[in-house]
Write a protein that binds this ligand. Structure first.
Ligand SMILES: Cc1cc2nc3c(=O)[nH]c(=O)nc-3n(C[C@H](O)[C@H](O)[C@H](O)COP(=O)(O)OP(=O)(O)OC[C@H]3O[C@@H](n4cnc5c(N)ncnc54)[C@H](O)[C@@H]3O)c2cc1C
Length: 370
């Protein structure tokens, strides 16, 4: 196997595989390395919301809308079933105060071109009948969708391989190689590999490879715990979030530390997968790299889910899991060249938006690899 490529992508999550696909599509000789397997990290332990209305107007929403447009034809382009469902999404408000928060966000999102509206609860229940009748209302966006993140990463990887990329699981990058001030490859347990560009798409682990250069990347793992139900007949027509999700994500300072649900950063996120299970999430906790679920987290998520969807009281949970969101202080991913380290391109730090932003991230990062 050659030890020279044009582009080395480190990380086989949705971001690394997307970068590998778009770079290979642009004609680059790509090698993707992952110390585990495709979707072994956060991309294999998350939900699959492609949700626009949770994004802040500005670069966050702009990128999400561009990504959503790419998603519409992605399964056909990759020739792979990524379980994409253009189902639309709702964010429910439990109180007038939460409805006002949504209304403020909606006004700005509409200016940015997103079609989103606040529905009274009676109207929201016409298309989502299992919502509790005493909720205040729900923001509705027809452009929201869902996807299977593991199949997404596999689809990107397989399509990249068809375009000539080498996908190499089980290869850990131990260090970046530098020559004359430029990153020129990687050192792995299986030897050195050289390239014109190295893309760091290692999610929550991205800072490790940069610290030897004195660069401290502000990416921190933010744990999310998810409950999985037994497969069920169709129950939900949309992906569902609640306003607490937005508060936990963007305004944790407004949470009440004496309330357990708030302390754990619980914000409801529910979707029904293609084979019928509901994924019910999730917490937002800074717990280091600990990927265990906790009784307190599971209980808090389940209680909140029952409040929003009372019918869930009769549903069996069959397992739980937790993933680590790559959190950044401003909520935006770190994309592009690194000042002072030519040859290195960053593609990490997507917090709770990496699935929604994967296609556009790959496309934009590939543009840096000229
Ligand atoms: C509970 C939860 C729910 C979420 N829900 C959503 C959602 O609904 N919608 C959405 O848009 N986003 C969601 N997210 C966020 C999304 O999952 C992440 O942003 C995304 O998966 C990050 O992908 P990534 O490719 O950057 O990282 P990862 O998937 O973690 O990939 C990084 C890869 O790098 C590899 N790696 C690390 N170090 C090395 C090394 N030294 N050498 C070789 N390989 C290495 C790892 O093995 C891993 O496979 C959620 C996250 C969580 C935790």
């Amino acid at each position: 196997m050659s030890n020279k490529a044009e582009v080395i992508v480190i990380g086989g999550g949705v971001i690394g595989t997307s970068v590998a696909y778009y770079a290979a599509k642009a004609g680059k000789r790509v090698v993707l390395l992952d110390r585990g397997d495709i979707a072994a990290g956060t991309s294999g332990a998350c939900d699959g919301f492609i949700i626009m209305q949770s994004k802040n107007p500005g670069p966050h929403l702009d990128l999400a809308m561009q990504s959503a447009a790419l998603y519409r034809t992605l399964a056909a382009e990759l020739d792979y079933d990524i379980e994409y469902m253009p189902c639309g999404g709702m964010i429910v408000a439990e109180s007038e105060k939460q409805a006002q928060l949504l209304q403020g966000l909606i006004a700005k999102q509409k200016q940015a071109g997103l079609q989103v509206e606040l529905l009274p609860i009676a109207q929201a229940r016409q298309s989502e009948p299992l919502l509790a009748a005493d909720l205040w209302g729900a923001a509705y966006c027809a452009n929201d969708a869902q996807v299977n993140p593991i199949r997404l990463a596999q689809g990107f990887a397989q399509a990249a391989r068809r375009l000539g990329a080498q996908i190499r699981p089980g290869v850990e990058v131990q260090a970046l190689l530098e020559e004359n001030g430029r990153v020129c490859g990687v050192k792995t347990g299986q030897g050195e590999l050289r390239a014109d560009y190295v893309v760091n798409a290692t999610g929550v682990w991205a800072p490790t490879l940069l610290s030897p250069f004195g660069i401290e990347l502000p990416i921190k793992p933010r744990r999310g715990q998810i409950l999985v139900t037994e497969p069920l007949p169709p129950m939900l027509n949309h992906v569902l979030l609640c306003a607490c999700y937005l508060i936990a994500k963007y305004h944790p300072e407004e949470l009440d530390p004496t309330d357990r649900q708030h302390r754990l950063g619980v914000g409801l996120a529910v979707e029904q997968t293609a084979h019928g299970s509901l994924l019910i999430g999730s917490t937002r906790e800074f717990a280091g790299f600990d990927r265990k679920t906790t009784l307190a987290g599971i209980e808090a998520v389940a209680q909140h889910a029952r409040r929003i969807l009372p019918a869930l009281a009769k549903v069996n949970i069959i397992r739980t899991f937790a993933g680590l969101r790559p959190h950044t202080p401003d909520g935006l991913p770190i994309l592009g060249p690194v000042e002072g380290l030519p040859g290195l391109i960053m593609a990490a730090g997507h917090e709770g938006d990496g699935i929604a932003l994967a296609p556009i991230t790959g496309q934009k990062v590939a543009e840096y690899l000229k």
